[in-house]
Design a protein around this ligand. Structure first.
Ligand SMILES: NC(=O)c1ccc[n+]([C@@H]2O[C@H](COP(=O)([O-])OP(=O)(O)OC[C@H]3O[C@@H](n4cnc5c(N)ncnc54)[C@H](OP(=O)(O)O)[C@@H]3O)[C@@H](O)[C@H]2O)c1
Length: 307
């Protein structure tokens, strides 16, 4: 099977490519270096080969307050990336199924975070622009599917974690930042100061689980949207406690900085649809996922990044 992956060098892209290789797929890996998706003509180098599947993962974003600081750029760049990819798909690769990523921050606060809510209501202010570019991507794929009969799948992950995250100094998603700070607290005696009051809740999906679920859905469904979440969320304080136990750091030494940006208070995806679609839907326990992530932090020396 011939498969093209945009965003193949990213956190998810790296894990997905290694999984797809094990499934025997013949891969074409796109990154910003061999195909800058802001420029439509970059994709013209990839028209001869005809692909069965296109996984569109590329996006220009980072964790923390990045979205608030790059509102305008995010709109332009992500719209360019997505529109160029959709146009190339429709014109040059209409036989391929396009599988692309949505985001849980699309969901309006107070909604049921159910797939039928994806296009309804207003996302939180701090992620509004990024969220709307993801809605535009979904609508673009639906429109092309309706007009030309193209096949797509839109997948909406909650926060992904696991080994193989970025070590280039960019802002980290909360769970990586927590681990980094607590290891540094232990190794260097630094004060561990976490953002917010620690009562904001989050859910996590291990990236290894995510890619196998992605593959299972790819085999079975067309023209659908699925949330992929853990179905349960925990306060940041609980994650911190579990990390402290694994690493061997006193939980009582952790400080909370309520002046810092923390995003939504709670964000737990509705997983009724995915559980019905994949009856064997299970995720590895949080303790195991956190242990794997912490082990990777030590192996990759990712805790040495000083942000
Ligand atoms: N990670 C999560 O928890 C999470 C949660 C929800 C949704 N998602 C979605 O899942 C997808 C993958 O996320 P991720 O965490 O793997 O992101 P990531 O690590 O930031 O990777 C982003 C990828 O996009 C590529 N890219 C950025 N700008 C590009 C451009 N102008 N042209 C071509 N490629 C470009 C990057 O290539 P370079 O390496 O060359 O820059 C990289 O491969 C994204 O669509 C994201 O919105 C992720």
């Amino acid at each position: 099977m011939k498969v093209l992956v945009t965003g193949s060098s990213g956190f998810l892209g790296t894990a997905l490519c290694s999984y797809l290789e094990k499934q025997g797929c013949e891969l074409t890996r796109l990154t910003s270096r061999n195909c800058d998706l802001r420029r439509a003509e970059s994709l013209l180098n990839f028209t001869t080969e005809k692909y069965d599947l296109i996984y569109h993962l590329a996006a220009w974003t980072q964790a923390g307050d990045f979205c608030m600081k790059h509102l305008g750029e995010q709109w332009i760049i992500n719209q360019q990336i997505n529109t160029n990819t959709l146009a190339w798909w429709a014109e040059h690769q209409p036989q391929a199924k396009l599988i692309f990523m949505g985001t849980s921050c699309v969901y309006a606060p107070g909604s049921d975070l159910c797939e039928t809510d994806y296009m309804l209501g207003e996302p939180i202010d701090s992620l509004y622009t990024y969220a709307m570019t993801k809605r535009m991507l979904y609508q673009g794929a639906r429109a092309l599917s309706q007009q030309f009969g193209l096949r797509y799948l839109c997948l909406v992950p909650s926060t992904l974690y696991g080994g193989g995250y970025h070590t280039d100094g960019r802002q980290m998603h909360f769970i990586f930042d927590l681990i980094r700070k607590i290891i540094r607290g232990k190794e260097y005696g630094e004060t561990v100061s976490l953002w917010g009051d620690g009562y904001q809740k989050r859910e996590l999906v291990l990236v290894d689980d995510f890619v196998s679920i992605l593959w299972a859905l790819t085999q079975k469904f067309d023209n659908e949207i699925f949330n992929i979440g853990a179905g349960e969320e925990y306060p940041i304080r609980t994650f911190a406690e579990m990390i402290c136990t694994t690493i061997g750091y006193p939980i009582e030494d952790i400080e909370y900085d309520t002046s810092r940006y923390v995003g939504a208070k709670s964000k737990c995806l509705n997983v009724v649809k995915i559980k019905a679609a994949l009856p064997n839907y299970t995720l590895q326990p949080l303790e195991i996922g956190l242990k794997k992530t912490i082990d990777w932090f030590y192996e990759a020396e990712a805790y040495k990044i000083n942000q």
